[in-house]
Design a protein around this ligand. Structure first.
Ligand code: HEC
Ligand code: HEC
Length: 247
């Protein structure tokens, strides 16, 4: 016969085991916690993001029409700032970086002051709007080479060989002939940025700039160069672009 005490003990043991297995399961297998985080994220989204990105995530918030570029329509699932190949969704870290840093040269603010758990909850909301169900894999980025005069010279040669000047101009100031007619996927007017300001949507991290040139800015005329250039050529042009700002 089982005494009261041992029945209670078994209950305790069972709940401890359940607790332990819930803790060791990966995030995706913890529906309770994931749902709580998503609910929290939706609350923060309504307060911080909906004015621009719209309650439905379609980029049609009341503030959307006074800014250029327009806030992203998440439903289309097209993202500019990724470490994943062109045409693929961003990783959670890519979205977290964007939400944390904001996007220079645009109305997208930085949410650095929100606790990380809140920013991660917002990542979940964006993923849901964009219907991202997989865990996209980032491209491999080899270690950065040492910057030298020879590397910058090589970067300049790559810049010309890949015809970056047709949009960004011979000296990188954004005055290439094609820049006069560029449009983004939403048919909005878009310009090739002045690379000499040293301020990038990707932030000032060299690796992020490598990803930008290797994978492009999806939804814009800025192409992915992963298939046209070797990793050492991409690194050379990244450092050449960074050197333009220092002059
Ligand atoms: C004041 C308007 C505004 C607010 C508020 C705002 N955004 Fe944005 N957001 C933008 C604009 C504009 C862009 C497009 C920038 C561009 O294309 O360069 C953007 C782009 C984005 C992108 C796309 C990045 C990419 O790789 O293409 C994400 C993700 C994003 N915002 C998330 C959020 C989240 C989450 C919030 C709330 C915490 C938020 N935004 C609040 C204006 C806003
Ligand atoms: C067809 C025109 C075109 C060509 C060719 C082109 N770009 Fe761009 N590039 C753009 C546009 C447009 C943007 C801005 C997109 C935006 O702001 O959403 C851009 C953005 C950039 C950025 C800014 C990224 C950031 O994080 O803000 C860099 C750096 C860049 N291009 C470098 C290059 C280099 C290097 C090449 C050649 C290997 C090149 N581009 C070729 C049109 C072009």
């Amino acid at each position: 016969m089982i005494s009261h005490r041992s029945a209670a003990g078994m209950l305790l043991l069972a709940s401890a085991l359940l607790g332990a297995s819930a803790l060791s399961a990966p995030a995706a297998e913890r529906p309770g916690r994931a749902q709580a985080s998503l609910a929290k994220g939706k609350e923060i989204y309504a307060r911080e993001c909906a004015a621009c990105h719209g309650v439905k995530g379609d980029g049609e918030g009341p503030g959307a029409h006074i800014v250029n570029p327009k806030p992203r329509n998440f439903i289309l699932g097209v993202f500019k700032l990724r470490t994943t190949p062109s045409g693929q969704p961003p990783t959670d870290d890519d979205l977290l970086r964007t939400i944390t840093q904001g996007i220079a040269h645009s109305a997208m603010p930085s949410f650095r002051e929100l606790p990380e758990a809140d920013r991660r909850a917002l990542v979940g909301v964006v993923r849901q709007f964009a219907d991202i169900k997989t865990a996209p894999r980032p491209i491999a980025i080899p270690a950065a080479p040492e910057v030298s005069a020879a590397l910058l010279e090589k970067g300049k040669t790559v810049y010309t060989a890949l015809k970056c000047q047709t949009c960004h101009g011979d000296t990188g100031t954004g005055d290439g002939a094609s820049s006069l007619t560029l449009k983004d996927d939403a048919k909005g007017r878009i310009w090739a940025p002045d690379l000499t300001t040293g301020v990038f949507k990707s932030g000032d991290d060299a690796k992020a700039l490598y990803a930008r040139i290797a994978t492009g800015l999806d939804g814009t005329p800025m192409p992915s160069y992963a298939s046209q250039a070797k990793p050492d050529e991409i690194w050379a042009v990244v450092h050449y672009v960074r050197s333009l700002a220092k002059r």
